[in-house]
Design a protein around this ligand. Structure first.
Ligand SMILES: [Zn+2]
Length: 271
């Protein structure tokens, strides 16, 4: 196993780190924030397939607004030597954000709007909480099937040497100071396994808490990855902890009821 580091001092400074874990090449990029306007209009208006990240997002996404902070190149990639690939990409995650308002969003929206009468009406025309049920981008040669197997959380708690770790923010929005909507992904590589936690966390202050978590676990010398999706939701009034202790996802997630849970097996070497 080795860790490699590259730094690009170009216009879009990116930091890359990678590790080899058996047949897996695990890497991530860290980069700057998505601009809120096109910085290279002359180039992008030529319409010859050379576009800045902002223009690509505008073309690919149907939502009228993007989160305050999007990190377009913050991408985690787990590539297997047989060609299989698992990635966590902000653009793909935002493709899962609805451009229609859900019933619950309207209810929340109204409560939220009461707390800030200056809110733009526009906020009610799409999912302004950027809720996404994105579970990672997986290549076509990975077979997905249901399983009764579960992730061994006891193993995850064991103290072992951490070979590789990173926490990447894919996007974040503070809902005009009325909460938070955040998608992040963590990778941890240990001597015998790798583990990924992709988490969407929403807190609309005084109204609602919601999370969508995708965990991926791969044990060395096996040909599959376990993928567990868990969604949780609670009204703030139903959670019996002080509001000041609701700032971070880790503070409230243990108290939130599970709405949905599903585990699948991603077969890396289908026969
Ligand atoms: Zn552009």
């Amino acid at each position: 196993m080795y860790i490699a580091e590259e730094t690009d001092h170009g216009m879009f400074t990116a930091n890359s780190q990678s590790i080899q874990f058996g047949p897996w090449h695990i890497s991530y990029d860290v980069s700057c924030i998505l601009p809120s306007i096109c910085p290279t209009k002359v180039v992008c208006e030529r319409d010859d397939d050379q576009f800045c990240a902002f223009c690509i997002y505008c073309k690919e996404l149907s939502i009228p607004h993007f989160p305050d902070m999007v990190f377009p190149k913050n991408i985690l990639t787990l590539a297997h030597s047989n060609g299989a690939k698992i990635q966590f990409i902000p653009l793909d995650a935002l493709k899962h954000v609805s451009n229609k308002v859900q019933a619950i969003e309207v209810a929340c929206s109204e409560a939220w709007l009461e707390t800030r009468p200056d809110a733009e009406k526009q906020k009610q025309t799409f999912d302004w909480t950027f809720q996404t049920d994105y579970k990672g981008t997986i290549s076509d040669n990975i077979l997905v099937e249901p399983t009764n197997e579960t992730i061994n959380f006891e193993l995850l708690k064991q103290k072992e040497q951490i070979l590789f770790y990173h926490d990447l923010t894919l996007f974040e929005d503070e809902l005009h100071d009325h909460g938070i909507s955040k998608l992040s992904v963590k990778i941890r590589v240990m001597p015998t396994y790798w583990y990924v936690l992709l988490r969407y966390f929403l807190r609309v202050d005084e109204v609602l808490l919601r999370s969508h978590e995708t965990r991926m676990f791969h044990m060395l010398n096996t040909d599959y990855v376990l993928r567990e999706f868990t969604s949780k939701e609670a009204k703030v009034q139903d959670i019996n902890i002080p509001f000041t202790q609701m700032k971070e996802a880790d503070d409230v997630l243990p108290f939130m009821p599970v709405k949905e849970k599903k585990t699948e097996k991603l077969i890396i070497n289908p026969i």
